[in-house]
Design a protein around this ligand. Structure first.
Ligand code: TMP
Length: 253
């Protein structure tokens, strides 16, 4: 890795220059943070699990026609991705009240919502990723109305896919966050799913017991985070191994 140029280091992942123009290598760290990095720890194996789980979800999304940045997994902790311009928003979809929504509105966690609700936070750690209305997004030029419509459509497709995949293994998708990037192709640009999809960025509850199988285990000191993620991977049949990635790289069409 030392031979590669570091492009960006975030809290849970590092991006390196890719082997070809327009690509990056995304490295998954074991670091876990919460509450804007006020709480932090190193959870051995988390990066390996999230690399595999994000590969699994992104590959599935591509197979149903939802474009993502994922190209192929390189090894236990790294994947090759398309370089995109990240829109500085966290796109959150909620099916049940939990977390900040439950707190803000005084709702009981787990209350079903009348429909999937999409909200946007401005990605800025210093400000604690504040929730922003669509009018701010358009007025400040972070995205156009067309972008917003496309982002909501993309987020809802991801929601339907992930909800179904999770339901099939006895897990309720309570909410999740995605990040979306702009991919430039000549004169055109389109929006694709970027960053990661993993139990770091979703709320996953056991369908029967409501046991938490996501980063809330760490945020709220509910047990062993790696065990929770391993359980998600086990149910999905995605177990980390030392084997080389299977199959051909999945290319965005
Ligand atoms: P929230 O209820 O704390 O607003 O979180 C909503 C969803 O977004 C939840 O699935 C966790 C995820 N999330 C992130 O991925 N990153 C973050 O920084 C935060 C605050 C939440």
């Amino acid at each position: 890795m030392a031979r590669r140029k570091k492009i960006y280091e975030g809290k849970a992942k590092t991006l390196y220059e890719g082997p070809e123009p327009g690509t990056l290598v995304q490295y998954f760290k074991d670091d876990a943070t919460a509450f804007n990095a006020e709480k932090r720890d190193v959870i051995e194996g988390k990066g390996v699990l999230n690399n595999r789980l994000s590969e699994y979800f992104m590959t599935g999304l591509q197979q149903i026609g939802v474009p993502t940045h994922f190209l192929k997994r390189i090894n236990m902790r790294e994947q090759l991705i398309r370089a995109v311009e990240i829109i500085p928003l966290e796109v959150i979809v909620r099916n049940y009240a939990a977390g900040s929504m439950a707190k803000r509105l005084g709702m009981e966690e787990g209350t079903p919502l009348p429909r999937p609700m999409v909200e946007f936070s401005y990605k800025n750690d210093d400000l604690g990723d504040p929730l922003v209305p669509e009018e701010y997004i358009i007025s400040f030029g972070w995205a156009s109305q067309q972008d917003l419509d496309d982002m909501v459509a993309l987020a809802l497709r991801v929601n339907d896919f992930l909800s179904g995949v999770m339901y099939a293994v006895g897990i309720k998708l309570v909410d999740f966050k995605i990040e979306i990037g702009r991919l430039y192709e000549g004169d055109f640009q389109r929006l694709i799913v970027a960053d990661e999809i993993s139990p770091d960025s979703c709320r996953l509850w056991d369908l029967e017991t409501n046991e938490r199988l996501d980063k809330d285990v760490f945020r709220r000191d509910l047990g062993n985070l790696a065990d929770a993620y391993t359980e998600v991977a086990r149910r999905l049949g995605v177990m980390p191994t030392n084997s080389a990635p299977l199959g051909k790289p999945t290319l965005i069409n």
